[in-house]
Design a protein around this ligand. Structure first.
Ligand code: E4P
Length: 219
């Protein structure tokens, strides 16, 4: 299973990279605006740090506008992936871009049929949003199971990115279902590593180590 980090904060990206966990990055206009920095400056810095796929989102709503933005963004690096919203105009853009060899990530996917359309249009990645579905009383992870099954039924190569991840249980469920990727906020990545029994264990070992007579002459 691949882990992407869902952030535009370069310090978070660097820290997660140092842990050896990060295979790629996803951004969106909200995450970019949180940095308070110019879009292109942030995008270029992320692309310098991360060798894996980096999703950058278009903001046009019409096919031609999306394609024009995508072509510009794709020039920033071989690892750029263009995030396209799940609309009919977006699907047309995905078809054009995939024929040009530009990688796409169809975002804001909330139903299995939307995911099926994204794959048929030739998307490289599809991003079903689990947290936002849970927020309105639906079952986000059920959507992931359905998309995995549909893609397996027909042998689609589009990779499934579990997006809008809110907590470690989303990551666990994604791994059990067999999703290709989870894109995870930095806060949740840190939660994945944490367990109270690990902290208690370290504390006890250090207390006991303090009783070992020759400890100061060893290190
Ligand atoms: C996915 O690529 C999106 O950037 C992201 O997961 C959205 O998550 P949110 O619902 O927490 O905004």
């Amino acid at each position: 299973m691949k882990f992407f980090i869902d952030t535009a904060d370069v310090n978070e990206i660097k820290s997660a990279m140092e842990m050896g966990l990060i295979d790629g990055v996803t951004t969106n206009p909200t995450l970019i605006s949180k940095t308070g920095r110019p879009f292109l400056e942030v995008a270029k810095e992320i692309l310098e740090i991360v060798p894996g796929p980096v999703s950058l989102e278009v903001v046009s709503l019409d096919t031609q506008g999306m394609v024009d933005e995508a072509r510009q963004l794709a020039k920033l690096g071989d690892n750029v992936v263009i995030k396209i919203p799940m609309t009919t105009e977006g699907l047309k853009a995905v078809k054009i871009l995939s024929s040009e060899g530009i990688k796409t990530n169809v975002t804001l996917v909330f139903s299995p049929l939307q995911a099926l359309l994204a794959a048929k249009a030739g998307a490289t990645y599809v991003s079903p949003f689990v947290g936002r579905l849970d927020d309105i009383g639906h079952d986000g992870m059920e959507l992931i199971s359905q998309v995995v099954q549909i893609y397996e039924n027909y042998g689609f190569e589009t990779e499934i990115i579990v997006a809008s991840v809110r907590h470690p249980q989303h990551v666990l469920q994604a791994a059990l279902i067999g999703a290709d990727i989870a894109t995870i906020p930095y806060k949740v990545i840190k939660q994945l590593a944490k367990h109270p029994l690990t902290d208690i264990g370290i504390e006890r070992f250090l207390e006991d180590w303090a009783k070992v007579p020759d400890r100061e002459s060893i290190f």
